[in-house]
Ligand binder design. Sequence first.
Ligand code: GDP
Ligand code: IMO
Ligand code: MG
Length: 424
Amino acid sequence: MNTVLVGVQWGDEGKGKVIDVLTESHDVVIRSQGGNNAGHTIIIGGKKYVLHLLPTGLLRRGKRAIIGNGCVVDPISLVKEIKTLRKKKISVEKRLYLSDRAHVVLPLHCHLDGERENAAKGKKIGTTRRGIGPTYQDKINRVGLRMHELIDGTDLEKKIRARVSEANRLCRALGWKTTSATQMIRECKSAARFLKPYICDTTDLIHKYDSQGKHLLFEGAQGTYLDIDFGTYPFVTSSNTTSGGACTGSGLPPTRVTQVIGTLKAYTTRVGEGPFPTESDKIGDMLHDMGREFGATTGRARRCGWFDAVMTRYACRLSGVTELALTNLDGLDSLDSIQVCVAYRLDGKRMNVPPAGAEALSRCQPIYRKFKGWNTDTSKCTRYRDLPEPARAYLKAISELSGVPLGLISVGPRRDQTFFAPGK
Ligand code: GDP
Ligand code: IMO
Ligand code: MG
């Protein structure tokens, strides 16, 4: 069983919690795209963990974890993340593997990310400023630095100095701040020494695990509408967050994927700029007043809105989703009535799929279907049949509108606040 998990909204769908539950039945958890822009929250035994680049599977004893070639790795921040886990008595020794082909996020890339955002004024993307875009830009531009070069050390200093000097010329021309290579080199060398034992050919390892019949679980980061091709471009991240990214970002062939789980919230959220047809202050105020929906990486308040089935339906088709994992049903517990967007109206036409352009999407008017609220606390439900009837009707509609059967349902952040739909 090789499972790919993707977010089918704008990220933060509760992937961390779902991965944690699924890890029990898998052997190896693999990140295949993105970097420490992700923030996956898991609550175990009352303790909260937020993982950024490390795969969530590491929180379960004995499980192995891989950071694949498609990821961008900030070595300095990764060392900190490993040390933070160590302090919480979780060791990654002999069970974390880091691809020798993954690209390195240098402090330079974080600097460029920040400067570009600062200069963008009204046209910000609202990035996490973790250097993700500039690192993928260097990768595609074929001037990036990969992990094997970081640990090999040959000419490392020369390579970093050359890259910084080129970037500084650009910064000066644009009136941006410049940056210095010296401290960057020192910090990178120190992180490289620390990370060296973890770095290997992870694709070879994945093939070995697969041939041994081990169960692989691909932990998607971000969500479908942040995908560089299919997201609300340019308000997206710089990697393929859809299921194809799991293959190119790890080296597992598509023929070896057995199931794709689409994670979604019972409503919609988004962090950062960009169009959001079903955005609603009513839901946002309600969730923020409950202390919910603040970003796990940047702490920003997430924008919130009604469930958008146009998006989830298209996202499920894009990733070949075979089953849904729905989280945060309890977030809607106190509403009398709930809306779901079933189609858009754009320039007088009904649209069943999202348009290509962000500008067009920002003009889409949601066509809503109204559902009865349940006004009941669902967070203590432990079986599907414990849910109030209107909640079951809502779930059934979400599954039908998204075109995929429902599997896992989550009614709270803890492991035990999880159950499965009938027949799963
Ligand atoms: P991810 O990036 O997809 O892993 O999601 P985040 O961790 O960024 O955000 C999801 C938030 O929802 C976290 O604070 C989780 O602890 C929380 N969460 C996940 N599932 C549930 C749920 O069913 N109910 C509630 N109340 N919180 C949940
Ligand atoms: P997880 O894995 C939600 C958003 C940023 C911004 C855009 C580009 O926790 O779901 P970037 O720093 O990637 O260049 O920012 O993407 N973004 C996320 N939003 N969840 C995430 O990850 C995100 N990772 C990036 O807010 O809008
Ligand atoms: Mg998150």
